[in-house]
Design a protein around this ligand. Structure first.
Ligand SMILES: [Zn+2]
Length: 286
């Protein structure tokens, strides 16, 4: 949800759309710098989560971070920015900070993974998090982006070795990376693989997005639920699978109005997801 006009307004927007949970950026995602949060900003946001009956607020980190970079200057800058973002989440009582692991660019995947692990371990030492976990997100595997293979996420979790780190699983990225979970057999294979590599138990959040691009395309393009290459049948099985049930799920689909119905796509996507999951059409009464 957009934080235009103030972080607390995102909670009001989420409630208006019928959400149970909320993901925000705590700062401009395309800039390194940000203004420190005031006590008032924090108090207002924390209160707005409560007032709007939202749970599990999470944040997505800036797109500029690259903790896998072989360039020392960019790596340090990314680490510093990660620390700042993580501290902001702590101030805002946010439960999870989602981060794309990073791109190895001119180095090797192995070197990139080492750099990510070192950055995250250093960030944990500096932040000493109390309430917010860092959630490494699986990626579509575009370019030299790491974290698209379950083996890579598994290696990072084992190497970092901290309860302060978990996983955010994105359905669009998973399909684009080549995990074909669209059939009952495919979904079973995916969950078995996640389990074998000790990743399944570490998943703390789901990004529910359909994909504009087909399985194995390694291109990251989000589509409205049911309109992409994942489709309604696959979402129905995924949402009802005991492996993912009960996890907080977040939409990252385009913010548009459907010209046919005049409804916001967030409202339509939520209704579709709740129908497929066999839930009541409105926000849950917790
Ligand atoms: Zn995502």
């Amino acid at each position: 949800m957009s934080i235009a006009g103030g972080l607390h307004l995102a909670a009001e927007r989420a409630q208006a759309a019928g959400c149970d949970c909320l993901q925000v950026f705590t700062k401009n995602a395309n800039q390194w710098q940000c203004k420190p949060l005031s006590d008032r900003d924090c108090a207002q946001f924390i209160q707005s989560i409560d007032d709007n009956q939202l749970a599990e607020p999470i944040a997505h980190s800036s797109y500029l971070l690259n903790c896998a970079s072989p360039d020392d200057e960019l790596w340090e800058k990314s680490l510093d920015a990660l620390v700042v973002e993580w501290q902001r989440c702590e101030q805002l009582h946010i439960a999870g900070l989602v981060m794309h692991p990073g791109a190895h660019t001119t180095s090797t995947p192995e070197e990139g993974l080492e750099r990510i692990a070192r950055a995250v371990q250093t960030a944990i030492e500096r932040v000493q998090p109390k309430c917010c976990r860092l959630l490494l997100e699986n990626t579509a595997g575009q370019g030299s982006c790491l974290g698209w293979q379950i083996e890579q996420l598994s290696w990072l979790l084992a190497e970092i070795d901290s309860p302060q780190v978990g996983i955010c699983w994105d359905t669009c990225h998973a399909l684009a990376a080549g995990y074909d979970f669209r059939t009952a057999k495919g979904l079973k294979e995916l969950t078995q693989q996640l389990d074998q590599y000790a990743v399944l138990d570490r998943i703390a959040a789901i990004h529910v997005n359909d994909s504009k691009k087909d399985c194995g395309s390694r291109v990251d393009r989000h589509e409205h639920i049911g309109l992409g290459h994942i489709g309604e049948g696959a979402f129905r099985r995924f949402l009802r699978s005991s492996s993912f049930k009960g996890l907080p799920m977040y939409l990252e689909t385009p913010k548009e109005t459907d010209p046919e119905s005049g409804l916001e796509w967030d409202v339509k996507n939520l209704a579709t997801l709740r129908r497929l999951a066999g839930l009541r059409p409105h926000a849950s009464s917790r």
